[in-house]
Design a protein around this ligand. Sequence first.
Ligand SMILES: Cc1ncc(COP(=O)(O)O)c(C=O)c1O
Length: 377
Amino acid sequence: MRVAAEAERLRRNGEDVVDFGAGEPDFPTPDNIKQAGIRAIESNFTRYTAAGGALDLRQAVCERHAADFGTDYGPQNCVISVGGKHVVFNTIQALVDPGDEVVIPTPYWVTFKDVVNYAGGRCVFAPTDEQNGFQLTAAALEPWLSNRTKVVIVNSPCNPSGAVIDPEEYERILHLVVRRGAYLLSDECYCHFVYGGSPYSIAAAAGMKDRIVVAGSVSKTYAMTGWRIGFALGPAPLIDAMAKLQSHSTSNPTSVAQKAALEAVRGPQDSVSAMLAEYRRRRDFVVSRLRRIPGVTCAEPKGAFYAYPNVSAALRPGGVENTMQFAERLLGRERVAVVPGEAFGTESHIRISYAASMQELERGLDRIDKFVTSLIR
Ligand SMILES: Cc1ncc(COP(=O)(O)O)c(C=O)c1O
C-alpha cells in the first residue's frame, strides 16, 4: 500500500511512473458483458436479489464449472459474493474459531493471513521451495498439519509466484488435508490462466467434496475487477452458513453486476483465450528479460500474471537491506512500482505484475536492469 500510495503521488505530480504493482488485468471488460450490465440497468434490474445471489447466476456458475472442469455442483452448493476476496473472508469466518490453525503456504496472497487473524485463528506458514518453482507438495505441507488444523488454504495458480500445482500432487494434498479432518479452501481465482496443461479444479477429484471449498471469481478471468462478483462452491451446510453471514453484512452483491457476470459465464468464452495468449507472450518476455539482469533469478511462472524474481544479490547491510527498501528506491530513482516480497511472506523477492502492455514492460524492465546493475556494481 505504501509503494502504491507513493506511485500515485508521483503520478499526480506528472512523473512518468511504470506500474507493475497492480494485481488486475489491463484489458477492458469484454463488450458483451458490459452490454449485459447496461441492459440490466435499463430494464430496472436494480432491486435486491436473494442475499446469496440470484438463482439463475448460481445455476450458471455451476454449469460453467461443470463444463470447464467436470464437476457436478448445484445451486445449493453455490453462493455469489462481492468478489473472490469476500468468499475467502466468509469461508474463514464460517469455519474458523479462535485458536484453530489455518495452514497457509508461502509465498501467499496477503489477504489470507489477515482474514485468519480477524477470525481469531492462528496462521501456520508452510514454506514452498523456490527451486521447485514454489509449487506446494504434499511432503512440504505435511509437517505443518496438526490436530488443531481447521483449514488449509491453497492458491493455484498462485499470487504472487505464478506456481501451479499439478493435478496428481494436488490430489495428494487433498487426501492429506481430509485425513486430518480439515477443510481445503482452494482459491481458484486465476484458474483459467495456466500456460502448460489445461485449467484444472481440485473439486473434480473423486469424493471428498464435503471438505472442499472453491473460491472463484469473474474478476481476473473476464477482466471484471471493479464489478465485484465472486463465488463459492462447497458443501451445502457451509454454503448456507456463508449465505447467512452475508445476508447480515453486505446482503446481495450488486444486482446489475450479477447480470453482467451471468453473461460472462454463459456467453462466448473466446475473450478468455485471447487474454491468456497475450499473458503468455508477456510472461515469456518478462522472464527472459529478468534472467538477463545480473544477479537476478526467476522461477518460471506457470500461471496467473505475476513474476516473482529473486533479487537477493542486490541486497546488503548498509545498502538496500530488504525488498521494502528495494521497492521504495526503485520507485524513487527509476519510477517503477513493484510489490516487495515481504508482503507475501518471503524475503528475497519482488512481485512484478505483467498485466501491462509490452511497451510498458520493456520500459520498466530496462529501468529495473539499470537499478539492479547500479546496486551490484
Ligand atoms: C489469490 C487471489 N484470490 C482472490 C482474489 C480476489 O479477487 P476479487 O475479490 O477481485 O475476486 C485475488 C485478487 O487479487 C487474488 O490475487
